[in-house]
Design a protein around this ligand. Structure first.
Ligand SMILES: [Zn+2]
Length: 508
């Protein structure tokens, strides 16, 4: 979650208890900027030098691409946690980008590749050469060729003008960013949805993915990189999406809609075919660049940033809000831009967010639920803080769900809010865990807040006696720690570390 000032203004719409199940399950909504994009210029067909295709480009010229991307990119950066403030990491990514640019069809575009400060695993491109790569993805990559493959792939989308193709097809009338609070097990992020901006971040077609792989493969091999990097990273990303699905209790193969595997639907076979079509054969002495890559990401922040709140097992701690709470065992916490959400294997859902508070908390809750047919208003006291609660029925697109809203005055004109929800026949059985969550809400002292540090990657050599179990202790994913350690280190399921092996370890 972001800091309170932004939370309060953005989280207002989620105060409505009449949320769809989808919204309730996804962690609530929050507004955002919808910026209209004026269509100018003439429609026309242009032969694209990257694809050779005559494509109806709608109203977008390449100059329009640059203007549009330049205007919208800061919003997307903001939605994905902002730029990762580390000159060494950003500088390294620029160096890799500079090697690729001369091999693109539009080398004069103002290519900008920004590392985004979010643990979500993804990369995206806006028209005109504006590319974002998340630090979550950076952590999973294992060498420079893999990084080059991501940047090359995104540059492929830019050069093939896949966004403009969609605009030409009339899908893109305006561009805006709708940020919803959501979550991944790894933690999480801003969701871009319900607006046209999601077209940039959400799915490309399989054909466009094929083309982006082909072009990216061409750029990277011409720049001297080993094209196997593209396949290697894709394999890791596919495994990561499996682990993430398991962490969320989703069926294997289901992927989060913000995951790279969802926004860039690719298979290893198709990527290999694309590389073949690009004649992206391995250059002589191909650059893999494992050592420089690992050196560049040594110390990279891993998982949540403290300024967005940190998940530690079943506990959520937010140093900026100076709050903490704990969810019941079996719930997986996910941090979002505007809300924190936990889902239980028992079917319960817990959503936490902040709201501005003027005056009495119970009256504020009543006003908030005025149209909601709420029942059973009660005042309560949570660790000395005044609070109020009421029951609501939630209309969802899968029928009714029973909900309980709790609002607690945490001081400084702010209220913490919980929404507990479950199907009506399960709610009673889960209410004890919901109550315990409510009463776990506590404020942090300034010293406690200051002591919260982010997790970071530590590149080190495994010692004698080191095991996956031992080396994965610093990860925040509980029983999925070993799976994550193997993902980070390209190890097969069940594999063990060898003494002397260079590994990525997560430490605090
Ligand atoms: Zn793609």
């Amino acid at each position: 979650m972001t800091l309170p000032s932004r939370v309060s203004s953005r989280s207002a719409p989620s105060s409505s208890p009449t949320v769809s199940r989808r919204r309730a399950l996804q962690g609530g909504a929050a507004a955002v900027a919808l910026a209209g994009v004026g269509a100018g210029g003439l429609a026309g067909c242009t032969a694209n030098p990257a694809t050779g295709r005559q494509t109806f480009m709608g109203f977008q010229s390449i100059d329009d691409d640059v203007a549009l991307g330049g205007r919208e990119f800061p919003k997307l950066v903001q939605a994905f946690g902002g730029a990762y403030e580390d000159r060494r990491v950003q500088g390294y990514v620029q160096d890799v980008t500079r090697r690729l640019v001369p091999h693109t069809e539009f080398p004069n575009l103002p290519y900008t590749v920004t590392v985004l400060n979010t643990p979500i695993v993804n990369a995206f491109a806006l028209p005109g050469g504006y590319v974002g790569v998340t630090r979550g993805l950076m952590a999973l990559a294992s060498n420079e060729a893999e990084l080059a493959s991501v940047i090359g792939h995104e540059m492929g989308h830019v050069n093939a003008r896949h966004s403009a193709e969609r605009q030409g097809q009339g899908l893109l009338a305006s561009l805006g960013v709708l940020v919803l609070g959501v979550a991944t097990g790894s933690s999480e992020i801003a969701q871009l949805a319900g607006s046209v901006a999601q077209l940039y971040v959400q799915s490309y077609s399989r054909d466009q993915e094929f083309e982006a792989d082909m072009l990216g493969g061409r750029y990277m091999t011409r720049a001297g990189y080993d094209p196997e990097g593209m396949v290697g990273l894709l394999a890791t990303l596919r495994e990561q999406s499996q682990v993430e699905a398991a962490m969320k209790g989703l069926p294997a193969g289901a992927v989060d809609e913000y995951n790279m595997m969802s926004t860039h639907p690719r298979t290893i076979d198709r990527t290999r075919a694309a590389l073949q079509q690009a004649a992206a054969t391995t250059p002589p002495n191909p650059v893999v660049g494992r050592d420089p890559y690992l050196q560049a990401i040594d110390g990279l922040v891993f998982g949540d940033s403290p300024d967005q709140g940190i998940i530690d097992g079943n506990t959520f701690i937010h140093p900026g809000l100076r709050l903490r709470f704990q969810v019941p065992p079996g719930y997986v916490l996910r941090n979002g831009q505007t809300a924190v959400r936990a889902q239980g294997r028992d079917g319960g859902v817990i959503q936490f967010d902040m709201a501005p508070l003027k005056g009495d908390v119970a009256r504020t809750l009543e006003a908030m639920l005025a149209d909601a047919n709420a029942q059973g208003f009660e005042r309560l006291s949570v660790n000395g803080m005044p609070g109020a609660t009421a029951g609501v029925m939630l209309n969802t697109n899968q029928g009714s769900a029973q909900g309980q809203v709790v609002m607690v005055d945490v001081g400084r004109g702010r209220a913490a809010r919980f929404l507990f929800a479950a199907s009506p026949n399960r709610f009673g059985a889960l209410s004890r865990g919901f109550r315990e969550t409510t009463y776990s809400l506590m404020t942090l002292s300034a010293a406690e807040a200051r002591s919260i540090r982010p997790r970071r990657l530590d590149i080190r050599r495994a010692g004698r006696g080191d095991t996956v179990a031992r080396l994965s202790r610093g990860l925040p994913y509980g029983r999925y720690n070993a799976d994550w350690f193997r993902l980070l280190n390209d190890m097969p399921p069940g594999g063990e570390v060898q003494a002397g092996q260079v590994v990525k370890v997560v430490t605090t």
